[in-house]
Design a protein around this ligand. Sequence first.
Ligand code: ADP
Ligand code: ZN
Length: 604
Amino acid sequence: MPDSPASPLDLLQRVFGYPAFRGAQAEIAARVAGGGDALVLMPTGGGKSLCYQIPALLRPGTGIVVSPLIALMHDQVAALRELGIAAAYLNSSLSAEAARQVEQDFLTGRLKLLYVAPERLLTPRFLDLLGRARPALFAIDEAHCVSQWGHDFRPEYLGLNVLHERFPEVPRIALTATADALTRREIAERLDLTAARVFAASFDRPNIRYTVLEKVDVRRQLLAFLRDGHAGEAGIVYCGTRRRVEETADWLAAEGFSALPYHAGLDADTRRRHQDRFLREDGIVMVATIAFGMGIDKPDVRFVAHLDLPRSLEGYYQETGRAGRDGLPAEAWMVWGLQDVAAQRRFIEESEAEDAHKRIAHAKLDALLGLVETAACRRQALLDYFGEKSGPCGNCDNCLAPPTLWDGTEAARKLLSTVYRTGQRFGAGQVIDVLLGKRTDKVAQWGHDQLSVFGIGGELDDKRWRSVVRQLAVRGWLTVDHDAYGALKLTEAARPVLKGEERVMLREVVARRPKRTRQAAAVADLPAAEGRLFEALRDWRRRQAEEKGVPAYVILHDATLKTIAARRPASLEQLADIAGIGARKLESYGEALVALVAAVPEEA
Ligand code: ADP
Ligand code: ZN
């Protein structure tokens, strides 16, 4: 960097090629550049990296970034180098020789940013190095890893307060996308950041569209979702079990998708290969358990689908947050069924945890079911859970197509009575057969065709009765007893419903999400000439990425390519105006891009 004093905005525009800061980025950068500590809570895709990268460029010395994720470090460093910034990383993937070179560059002050794994940072060797070199700041990424309650706990993070003790004059910035109050407090206390200024951004991700559907025919539903607007796009399909991951990946591959499995049962090599392909190639569908995703920095994940219920709203928000980091339209899509709820309850009950822990886990599941069940805005419900008030969003299934409600008071009564009359020993299938008056072998064998409730439910079909069961279960009037083959049982709370004292409004089953509206990002939706140019640009980018051995988005983001396709810059000057084109990218790729635009005619 030149010695002339640069301003944060100056750097943002010149080096990163972005016209303006987002949210509190400018304030945070100024605070840290000025030597102050900061605790930054920002959703995934909010733009946390710039909050430490820019101060690191402004301060003398090297910004030290603590990150738990090796793959992420690699890609971030590649992206910074693409911008012409001297950056490197130190982790176990480097040879001793390469690591020594990085240390040397750090000591001589040649690096502006150095990414370090926490266990490496805490070694006496590195602490000694820090003492002899010049750290500009410490950025602690994924700071929630310090929380023992969270699922990403990393014991090494607990040692990071040594930084403050040893180097009290070096500013620190801790960053996380985990929102809940308990985790925030833990981060501040454990990292000795109680005096830091807290910057809490809104956790809303307005570009993500939420859809939650009842399971009717999962494969057909998923296929419709993928084909209707996500063809050729990258996304993640989360499944609850390894087996479902394998089956779903195979099936999607047979249906013509570039689908890959990912779960903890695959060997490390396969996992790495699949993750690499997801990051580097366009349009890969990763079918995975939640073992996949943390630290996946890919900005153009266009959808996250859940085929099984996540464990909690926190989990759901984190997983869906991996979609649309680039700010372009993205979708979070989930189907759920009664078996999911039963499976989760069983999982909690059978865990080794203490009762207090189990109670929390049940409560978290209930909160998630609240989201699934609501007929109001999904985003409002989500944000409310994280302590943020908002209005209806206009970009979730319930806002776009308000669910049709029907008076299910009578149906609920009939269902609950049938459960009761059959002795609370049977699953939904038998109960519904009785309601529908089906004289199956099992119905006859138990004498259920002799009951007063036999055949009282002819007004609804099997599919709708199943929906009633699900809805009563999420509201806590019915439980599914997993020790007794999924037997339905009444709860105490069901009493007024059974007696008809409580009015029950139910939502109509919708198997399909509302039609995509025009904001859709799919390439197929672009005007023909623009689509052709965008495809040509993607091809070009793929070749560049392959040559350099970096993910495509490290070269240029989709958003930038789309703007180029729309504006057709005819000169380097026009190109420089486009967000994502900084000085170095202009120098490296400017000529090629302008030539490419000229080569793909506007009229076919
Ligand atoms: P986070 O770490 O919070 O998930 P990132 O730092 O990876 O988010 O940023 C998400 C995306 O937004 C990146 O592609 C980044 O280049 C882009 N971005 C960040 N800040 C800005 C900005 N001020 N203007 C335009 N794009 C930005
Ligand atoms: Zn909404």
